[in-house]
Design a protein around this ligand. Structure first.
Ligand SMILES: [Cu+2]
Length: 487
């Protein structure tokens, strides 16, 4: 509750400081200043309306859950925007607690980004908030709640408060016959004493050994981990929702979002390959074919699948238990019937660099090491997370960055967990992944595996407070955050 009150205070303080947001004009001219510019208060209906409230979601046969969502559905409806064309946004909050609506992956002012640490505007409980923003950059983005959940797994990203945002590019997005949005999410979370199953990509024995040693030194066991009873794509367990209907010869463009609170996932479609064309909505230098997609929490992949193996198939996770509990969706060719088929894909590690260009030749003005650490919470406790030895401190001065200058962030994971690392209000360029130099891959989340190192370059595009954090809700809530201030 402390965090909620904090949010509210920021809301009141923020309202005076950036009243331009409330008074934003009807001016729809493109430009990054759209949100804070304008004169007359826009009246009439907004371009985008999100109403936050309780949703009764039928996620499986005779299985209805109560959660919170946008506009009465889980996920919320796809929000389609146009790059550079300003919109008026109406947020209504029908719940009893203030909410933060975060426009993930967009380069927009801190006031409307939707993070308490950035002093963004919050939507009061049973209240309304109107502002303007100018969507950018083009591609697959999303919108989700940014409140802290701490030990309450009925809040934050554990709920159904998420929706795809697709920002139409100014230019032709590519050749395809059908566009399909798929968002994964788990429901009915519970606390477990240990990791429920192997973490994607941290399975090396050396890492496990290191972790055990660290625990022994600390004399403390690992703290709570989260498990789930139900797994969904577009709010439905496998076999319950409508299948994706395709025709032989079609090129289907899938936009896939991992909208999980805590899980990193893999997805495969037997008999087919994914041609990955964009990561986190940004076109990659070298589109490549892969059999299995991997997405850390909050990552997006846009991939074209050529439908050339007629039948009824399962697009799902290779983890058998999770798939049986719902993580999948049926892909059905026209005139084909029968039980959907699943074939286990071959194991092959995900490698971002296959989509990238040659080593970056650009030099940063400064290299900033960010070492991730873990303090085991012990049995029945919560692990604490640190960056350069410190957990997040809201009273600490933010780390200063200069707008338009290039910085290299060295993401050095000294823990056995894989962390989906997110930077708000910017895209960063991968320059080195686990020792492999690369360029041209622009992202806003990167999965840094256990005891691995990833380097990313960022040139802050806009001034203001900019939050950096692990997108795993439990990690973020327990210290895994850092605040930048761009001037
Ligand atoms: Cu993490």
């Amino acid at each position: 509750m402390t965090n909620v009150r904090h949010t509210r205070r920021e809301f009141l303080a923020g309202a005076g400081a950036i009243s331009g947001v409330f008074l934003g004009g009807c001016d729809r001219s493109p430009g990054p200043s759209g949100a804070a510019s304008g004169t007359a208060a826009p009246s009439g209906p907004a371009d985008v309306t999100l109403r936050i409230g309780t949703v009764l979601a039928d996620i499986a046969k005779e299985h209805t859950i109560s959660t919170q969502g946008y506009n009465g559905s889980v996920p919320g409806p796809v929000v389609r925007l146009r790059e550079g064309v300003g919109v008026t946004v109406d947020l209504f909050n029908d719940t009893d607690t203030p909410e933060l609506v975060h426009w993930h992956g967009q380069i927009i002012p801190a006031a409307v980004d939707g993070a308490a640490e950035e002093r963004s505007l919050a939507v009061p409980a049973h209240g309304h908030l109107r502002y303007q923003l100018t969507p950018q950059p083009a591609g697959a983005r999303f919108v989700h709640t940014h409140v802290m959940a701490m030990s309450d797994v009925n809040r934050g990203t554990y709920t159904g408060q998420f929706a795809f945002v697709y920002i139409e590019p100014k230019n032709n997005p590519g050749r395809y016959d059908q566009e399909v949005f798929l968002a994964t999410h788990e429901f009915e979370p519970f606390f477990g004493a240990e990791e429920m199953e192997e973490e994607t990509g941290s399975e090396s024995e050396a890492a496990e050994h290191k972790e055990r040693e660290a625990r022994e030194q600390q004399g403390k066991a690992n703290g709570w981990e989260i498990g789930y009873q139900r797994f969904t794509i577009n709010g439905k367990c496998l076999g319950y929702g409508e299948p994706v209907r395709v025709k032989e010869g079609q090129r289907v463009l899938f936009h896939i979002l991992n909208a999980s609170a805590t899980e990193n996932i893999q997805l495969a479609l037997p008999g087919h390959q994914f041609q990955v064309v964009a990561l986190d909505g940004n076109p990659v230098p070298r589109p490549q074919m892969v059999d299995v997609l991997e997405l850390g929490t909050a990552e997006r992949i846009s991939a074209v699948v050529e439908m050339k193996t007629p039948g009824v198939w399962i697009l799902g996770t290779p983890k058998d238990d999770d798939r049986k509990n719902g993580m999948g969706i049926v892909i059905e060719y026209a005139n084909k019937t029968g039980s959907p088929r699943w074939v286990k894909p071959q194991k092959k590690p995900w490698d971002y660099t296959i989509f990238g260009g040659p080593a970056s030749t650009q030099s940063p003005i400064q290299t900033i090491p960010l070492v991730f650490g873990k303090i085991n919470g012990g049995q029945g406790g919560f692990n604490r997370w640190t960056i350069n030895g410190k957990g997040f401190d809201e009273n600490a001065a933010p780390t200063m960055l200069q707008k338009g200058r290039r910085y290299r962030l060295v993401l050095d994971n000294q823990t056995d967990d894989a962390h989906p690392i997110h930077l708000h209000r910017n895209s960063f360029e991968l320059t080195n992944v686990e020792g492999k130099a690369t360029s041209g891959i622009l992202k806003d989340v990167v999965l840094v595996k256990g005891y691995k190192k990833v380097e990313v370059d960022v040139t802050p595009a806009m001034d203001g407070l900019t939050l950096f954090h692990c997108h795993q809700q439990l990690h973020m809530d327990y210290g895994f955050k850092l605040l930048f201030n761009v001037v």
